[in-house]
Design a binder for this molecule. Structure first.
Ligand code: PLP
Length: 466
C-alpha cells in the first residue's frame, strides 16, 4: 500500500513517510493509493478478535510491511493499555435499535485518545529508529490537544506545541492541556477561534522550508494515521452489535458528531473497505456547513458560532477534501481546481449527480443548543445515562435521520465531565471521575498570543530550538 495526495502532486510514498509528512507537500491530503477490500471471510473471522488484535489485522492492509510485526504489536499493546475499559471501545444497548459506542475510556476522556495514544508511541518509535527530532505542531478545539499532549509528554526526541482558541475550550479541556508540567510541551492560547488556529497550522505546514527546518510533525486529522486508527472501532462495534443480534446483522447506520470530518471519514473508509454500513449520519451543531453541503451540495462557511459542543465548533473541515476526492471519482485535478476556487471565492459547489451520490451515503442533522440540552435531559430520564453535549448531537441526529426498524450505532465521543458547563444548564449534577477532579488543584502553564502568524512563529522558533 502506498499513499498519494488528493491534489495529485505527491507520491507514491510509503506508510512511515506518509505519517511523517502529515499534510501532503502539495497542500492536499494523503490517501491510500487504493482502498483495500476486506473479504466476507475475513469479516467473519474478525468477529471474535479483541480490539488490539483487530487493530493489527486492519493495519496490516495499510502499513506496507514497513514495521516489524512484533514492534507494531508492542506499540498497539502499549497504546491501549492506558484505557480504563478492557474492551477499549465498549458498546451499550438502548432499546431495540439504538447502540452507543463509548469512545471515551482513554486518558483524556474523549475519542481522540484512540488514535493519539497510538500516534504518540509511533512518533517515539520513529524518533528512536531514525534518530529524528520530532516537533509536533497542532491546533485544537479542545480534545485533540489534551489527547496529543498525553500521548507524548516527557517522551525523548519529541516536542509538542498546541494552539487553542482562548476562552473557547471547556475548563476541563484547558486544564488537561495546561496542567502538564513537562518541558517538551508548549501551550499557545490564541486570541481567535479554532478555524484561525487550524488556518495558521496549515499555512506553516504548507511552507516546506519552515516545515523541514523545524522538523514539523502533525497530529491533527490531516494525518492519515489518525483516520486509520479510527476505522477500527467501526468494525469492532459492528461485530459487537452483530453478535448481540445473533450474528446475522445486515447494514447498520453510524451517527457521528462531526467537526473536522475526520471521524466520519474513518466511517466512510470502513464502508468502502466492505463493512456493511447503512447511512452515515452526520451530526453537527449550529456550525453546520457540512449539513448544508449534504443537503444542498454547496460548501460555504457561515458565521462562526459558540455552542455547547465546542469540539465541533469548526467551519472549515480539513478532512472534507479527502471525501471530495472520492466523490469526484478520484480526480485530483478537479480537487485542486475546486480547492483553489474555495481559497479565492470562499465557496464551492458540486454537480447534481455528485450531490445524489453524497445523499446516497450520508444523512445530516444540525442540532441547535436547545435540542442538544433537551436530548441530554430526555436520555437521562429515559435511560438513566448522561450524554455529553457532542454525543447528544449524535443521538439527536439518529432520532431525526434513522428510519423505523434500522439499527443505529451512535458514537459517544466524550465523557460528560469534560463539558460540565453545558450539563449544568440541564439542571443535572454530575460527579467527576477522580482523574478530572484532580486537575483543578494543579498549576497551569500556557503562553497567550494574539492571532498573528508572526507571533506564533516567534514562539515556535524559540521553543523548538531551545
Ligand atoms: C473532535 C471531536 C469531535 C469531532 O470529530 P471530527 O473528527 O473533528 O469530526 C466530536 N466530538 C468530540 C468530543 C470531539 O473531541
Amino acid at each position: 500500500m502506498e499513499y498519494i495526495s488528493t491534489r495529485g502532486k505527491v507520491g507514491k510514498i510509503g506508510f512511515i513517510d506518509a505519517f511523517m509528512m502529515g499534510l501532503a507537500d502539495d497542500g492536499g491530503l494523503l490517501v491510500p493509493s487504493e482502498i483495500p477490500q476486506i473479504s466476507a471471510d475475513n469479516l467473519k473471522k474478525w468477529q471474535d478478535l479483541s480490539y488490539q488484535e483487530l487493530v493489527l489485522e486492519i493495519f496490516s492492509y495499510y502499513t506496507n510491511n514497513e514495521i516489524p510485526q512484533e514492534d507494531l504489536k508492542a506499540m498497539v499493546e502499549a497504546s491501549y493499555s492506558t484505557f480504563r475499559d478492557p474492551e477499549v471501545t465498549p458498546v451499550r444497548r438502548f432499546g431495540d435499535d439504538l447502540y452507543l459506542l463509548e469512545l471515551f475510556h482513554g486518558p483524556t476522556f474523549a475519542f481522540k485518545d484512540i488514535a493519539l495514544q497510538f500516534i504518540g508511541n509511533f512518533y517515539s518509535y520513529v524518533a528512536e529508529k531514525q534518530g529524528k527530532k520530532i516537533h509536533i505542531l497542532g491546533a485544537t478545539s479542545g480534545d485533540t490537544g489534551a489527547s496529543a499532549i498525553q500521548g507524548v509528554k516527557g517522551k525523548e526526541g519529541i516536542k509538542i506545541c498546541i494552539l487553542f482558541p482562548t476562552g473557547k475550550v471547556s475548563k476541563v479541556q484547558e486544564l488537561q492541556m495546561t496542567t502538564v508540567q513537562d518541558d517538551n510541551v508548549l501551550n499557545l492560547s490564541v486570541d481567535g477561534n479554532f478555524d484561525d488556529c487550524q488556518g495558521m497550522i496549515k499555512e506553516l505546514f504548507a511552507d516546506l522550508d519552515f516545515k523541514s527546518a523545524n522538523h514539523l510533525a502533525a497530529i491533527n486529522s490531516i494525518n492519515f494515521v489518525r483516520i486509520l486508527a479510527q476505522t477500527v472501532y467501526y468494525f469492532y462495534s459492528y461485530f459487537q452489535v452483530s453478535k448481540a443480534n445473533g450474528g446475522n446483522l445486515g447494514k447498520v447506520n453510524f451517527s457521528v458528531p462531526t467537526g473536522n470530518f475526520g471521524d466520519i471519514f474513518a466511517g466512510y473508509l470502513a464502508k468502502r473497505m466492505g463493512l456493511p454500513v447503512g447511512k452515515l449520519i452526520l451530526a453537527t451543531n449550529e456550525n453546520n456547513i457540512l449539513e448544508r453541503f449534504i443537503e444542498e451540495g454547496v460548501y460555504m462557511p457561515g458565521d462562526f458560532r459558540i455552542t455547547y459542543s465546542p469540539s465541533m465548533d469548526i467551519q472549515v473541515a480539513s478532512n472534507f477534501e479527502r471525501y471530495l476526492y472520492y466523490v469526484l471519482g478520484e480526480d485530483a485535478e478537479e480537487v485542486s481546481r475546486l480547492m483553489a476556487q474555495f481559497k479565492s471565492e470562499g465557496e464551492i459547489s458540486i454537480s447534481p449527480d455528485a450531490l445524489k451520490l453524497v445523499q446516497s451515503e450520508f444523512a445530516a442533522h444540525g442540532v441547535d443548543g436547545q435540542e442538544c440540552l433537551d436530548t441530554i435531559s430526555k436520555f437521562k430520564t429515559e435511560h438513566d445515562y448522561l450524554l455529553d453535549p457532542h454525543s447528544a448531537c449524535g443521538v439527536a441526529a439518529v432520532y431525526e435521520c434513522a428510519e423505523e426498524g434500522e439499527i443505529s450505532i451512535s458514537l459517544a465521543t466524550a465523557h460528560p465531565a469534560k463539558f460540565d458547563e453545558a450539563i449544568r444548564l440541564t439542571g443535572i449534577e454530575q460527579s467527576f471521575p477522580p482523574e478530572i477532579a484532580a486537575l483543578f488543584e494543579k498549576p497551569q502553564r500556557q503562553v497567550l498570543v494574539d492571532g498573528k502568524l508572526e507571533d506564533v512563529v516567534a514562539q515556535l522558533e524559540k521553543f523548538y530550538n531551545a
